[in-house]
Design a protein around this ligand. Structure first.
Ligand SMILES: Cc1cc2nc3c(=O)[nH]c(=O)nc-3n(C[C@H](O)[C@H](O)[C@H](O)COP(=O)(O)O)c2cc1C
Length: 414
């Protein structure tokens, strides 16, 4: 019977344990979590979502405070179009987070950064360009392009000296999205080094509509593999979404995936950025508690726990502090939803906004409990303590369980 450790992922000259911890913003996939994956010979992701805030918390900078002070006069204005991100600060925050993480790296694995195109930051092109190039400047091993089609992203870093040497990959949920990407980047003569195929059971935003349940990861992986074969393209495929045990992973590794990307099991790791209280909510969840809804202003469906505090919260849009989802003309679907409620309740007191949520603020405060579809099985991966709470696990324990377990078994902590 095979186990994950019988396989290796080859990326350039590197031979890696074929386990990747996926990017989870905002600082849910912390540097500490990513570094553990790298130490153990796999790949870990950090995320550049709300990078200024991450830098402030980790390195005592004051990017968010300074920006809030600068735009303070606009807080009561529903027009957010004047809010801009200082590109110099953006570069500085990215270089700090990525650079410090890379300095701390040990072992034979790699650390990548997850960069979401949907964080349009009221200046989609110029901010993305700075994010990508600053991450390369700071020595990141690789960049995973996510949450968007990224049709122009490779071109934005094509002049960087590390463009052909850093590992660059993309997350897609269909063969069509990959075809579009490859067509658009063909003139750069630079293929992605890996393609992550994220199925409908993943956490975070889904690359499907509300009909997500009609899709199946194994089928999409097979379609993508067939397409690449027909095109004579040799790009490692990485399956993601709902891979809960080492045995699940082996099933994908035996059928053409070069590695698997995981997240849900690691949300309850000590190194994961979620507060202890929120980790307990993930452990406690039952299958019915896990829902997919459309409250994210990005327009993508998102999976989360039913009791997520972000749902129905009517806080004032906080774009002066954050504003990462502003679309380039100062728009965000939450601002519209909020304004519609204010029109009905002009005193602004006790309002509840059901259809959208202020995702920046709630992700920042760990109040949007996004999760994978198998979160309800986390309780079976640990022990219950005398006080009724569940024991947190180490990232190493979870990683090694994936690497060495057989027969659908999950090793409980000692
Ligand atoms: C809490 C959480 C947050 C996530 N945030 C992001 C994100 O910011 N960007 C992204 O590309 N994927 C995100 N994902 C998706 C994961 O990186 C990963 O591909 C997927 O969840 C793997 O499936 P699994 O959770 O069933 O193991 C998130 C997943 C979880 C569970």
């Amino acid at each position: 019977m095979k186990r994950v450790d019988d396989f290796r992922l080859t990326l350039g000259k590197k031979e890696l344990v074929p386990l990747i911890i996926g990017g989870m913003g905002v600082d849910i996939s912390t540097a500490e979590l990513a570094l553990e994956a790298a130490r153990l010979g796999g790949i870990g992701h950090i995320s550049d979502a709300l990078i200024h805030d991450v830098s402030d918390r980790r390195f005592d900078t004051a990017f968010v405070k300074d920006k809030t002070r600068f735009y303070k006069h606009n807080i009561d204005n529903s027009d957010k179009s004047i809010i801009r991100f200082d590109l110099g600060y953006l570069a500085e925050a990215t270089r700090l987070h990525v650079g410090r993480t890379m300095e701390a790296k040990k072992g034979d694995g790699m650390v990548f950064v997850n960069i979401m195109e949907k964080l349009t930051m009221n200046g989609p092109r110029e901010t993305l360009q700075v994010r990508l190039n600053s991450a390369l400047d700071a020595g990141i091993d690789g960049i995973t392009l996510s949450a968007g089609l990224h049709l122009g992203s490779f071109a934005l870093m094509a002049e960087h000296p590390r463009f052909r040497d850093a590992k660059l990959g993309i997350i897609v949920s269909s063969v069509r999205a990959l075809q579009l990407f490859l067509r658009k980047t063909a003139r750069l003569e630079r293929l992605p080094d890996y393609v992550i195929i994220e199925g409908p059971l993943a956490g975070g935003h889904l690359g499907f509509g509300m009909d997500w349940a009609q899709y199946d990861l194994a089928t999409i992986v097979a379609e993508v593999a067939q397409y690449l074969k027909a095109e004579h393209l040799d790009i490692p495929l990485i399956a993601a979404g709902g891979i809960f045990t080492g045995t699940d992973a082996v099933r994908f590794l035996e059928t053409g995936s070069a590695a698997v990307q995981l997240a849900t099991r690691f949300t309850v790791a000590k190194e994961c950025g979620l507060p202890e209280k929120v980790k307990q909510e993930y452990f406690k969840a039952s299958e019915e508690d896990i829902i997919v809804n459309t409250v994210s202003p990005t327009g993508y469906p998102m999976r989360m726990l039913r009791n997520t505090p972000a749902i129905g919260s009517g806080i004032r849009p906080n774009c002066e502090a954050y504003g990462y989802l502003l679309d380039g003309s100062g728009g965000c679907a939450y601002i519209n939803a909020y304004n519609a409620q204010i029109a009905l309740h002009p005193d602004g007191k006790n309002i509840s906004v059901m259809d959208k949520t202020c995702l920046c603020t709630h992700m920042r405060n760990y109040n949007c409990w996004t999760c994978g579809s198998l979160t309800y099985r986390l309780k079976d991966t640990t022990r219950r303590l005398a006080d009724g709470s569940y024991q947190e696990l180490s990232a190493e324990h979870i990683f090694r369980d994936y690497q060495f377990s057989v027969d659908n078994q999950v090793l409980l902590p000692t």
